[in-house]
Design a protein around this ligand. Structure first.
Ligand SMILES: *Cc1c(COP(=O)(O)O)cnc(C)c1O
Length: 379
């Protein structure tokens, strides 16, 4: 089926008791058994929940995967993936990875003897050179946040497959609508469903998707054993949101394209980062592995003062962390989302004090462009 048909229907059928077209919120912790050990496939809601199952199946289908394993946040999903490893195992990770991902790797898992190497995975040779006999997993974010650097998924898979190393792509920025890494042979895709998948800024959630039976069984085991599961109400909200994912992503991108085209010629902008622009160094790769360019744009305004003036002068773009919701947001990575990254590393990645990240929402294009015009005039 096509993406939109799957988005509306996959994983869901009318409730057998009532005919309700929407999957109910099974707000229950336990399930009554007919006899000892005889049940309907549901025993306890950490282990199984029908609302969660519908949501897992729905997102797995959209990501072109067989199995979806849902968690209470994106970081819970990422943490459970690392818990597939053993002490002494080595992980290669994109250097400009989401700050919370770096934090849990560096402060929690390192303590248990998992080793991490951070490198610019956009260069194939860097991945090859980072591999050791202990390397078990390569964790890539593409595009990255906030620099919008791409890693070639094809290169990643070719390097890893030859050495039987598991590959994981954090696909949060693209959503399953614009990029499907499993189709390139990646082993696992992970999402913070908090962002585009839910898209309404009212749920924190995460999900891992795979086609590999063994990885899926191990992750279902961890989901139950560790217990970082989403509640039924959150699953219901995410399931409702995926029905409009395609519609939202198209609007997000239309607005982002218009804004990027306008911004790239503006004299107050020192640099602009958006994979949809032909000036983006990896525009050709973006065309190859993504079916759209998403709606995150970063701009360098040259100084902290300019960045502050701009961000604080915007009227429609709200000053807030997070991204991927229907409402447009603006944030200052160096002070807000990436403050925990040491300044030298930030600057080497391009996260200067003048850098601003825009998460372009689905408001009217003209209103967003006008908002940016008036804020740029203030600097
Ligand atoms: C937000 C985010 C995460 C973490 O997800 P939470 O749902 O906030 O735990 C991971 N990766 C990326 C790319 C993100 O944007």
């Amino acid at each position: 089926m096509g993406f939109q048909t799957d988005a509306v229907h996959a994983g869901q059928k009318p409730d057998s008791g009532t005919g309700a077209i929407m999957t109910p919120i099974f707000q229950t912790s336990t399930y009554v058994q007919e006899e000892i050990g005889k049940h309907k496939g549901y025993e306890y809601s950490r282990t199984q929940n029908p609302t969660r199952h519908a949501m897992e199946k729905n997102i797995a289908t959209l990501e072109k995967g067989k199995y979806g394993i849902a968690f209470s946040s994106g970081l819970a999903a990422i943490s459970s993936i690392i818990q597939l490893l053993e002490q002494g195992d080595h992980v290669i990770c994109t250097n400009n990875v989401y700050g919370g991902t770096f934090r849990v790797f560096d402060t929690v898992f390192k303590k248990f003897g998992v080793l991490f190497t951070y490198t610019d995975t956009s260069v194939k040779k860097n991945i090859e050179e980072a591999i050791t006999p202990k390397t078990k997993l390569i964790f890539v974010e593409t595009p990255t946040n906030p620099m919008l650097t791409l890693t070639s998924i094809e290169d990643l898979v070719s390097v890893a497959k030859a050495k039987k190393i598991m590959t994981v792509v954090d696909n949060t920025f693209m959503s399953p609508y614009f990029q499907n890494p499993l189709q390139f042979g990646v082993d696992l895709v992970v999402h913070s469903s908090t962002k585009y998948i839910n898209g309404h800024s009212d749920v924190v959630g995460g999900i891992a998707v795979t086609n590999d039976d063994q990885i899926a069984q191990k992750l279902y085991f961890l989901q139950n054993a560790v217990g970082a599961v989403p509640g039924p109400m959150d699953c219901f909200l995410v399931l409702r949101a995926t029905k409009t994912l395609a519609l939202r992503m198209r609007e997000h991108e239309k607005n982002a394209n218009a804004l990027a085209a306008f911004l790239q010629n503006h004299n107050r902008i020192k640099r602009i980062y958006y994979p949809g622009l032909s000036s983006h160094p990896q525009h050709e790769l973006a065309k190859k592995q993504m079916s759209g360019y998403g709606a995150i744009i970063s701009i360098d305004l040259g100084s902290l003062e300019n960045a502050k003036k701009f961000a604080e002068s915007l009227k429609i773009f709200a000053l807030a962390e997070s991204l991927g919701g229907v409402e447009s947001l603006v944030e200052h990575p160096a002070i807000m989302t990436h403050a925990s990254v040491p300044k030298e590393i930030r600057e080497s990645l391009g996260i200067t004090d003048g850098l601003i990240r825009l998460s372009v929402g689905v408001e009217d294009e003209a209103d967003l462009v006008n908002d940016v015009i008036q804020a740029l005039e203030k600097i």
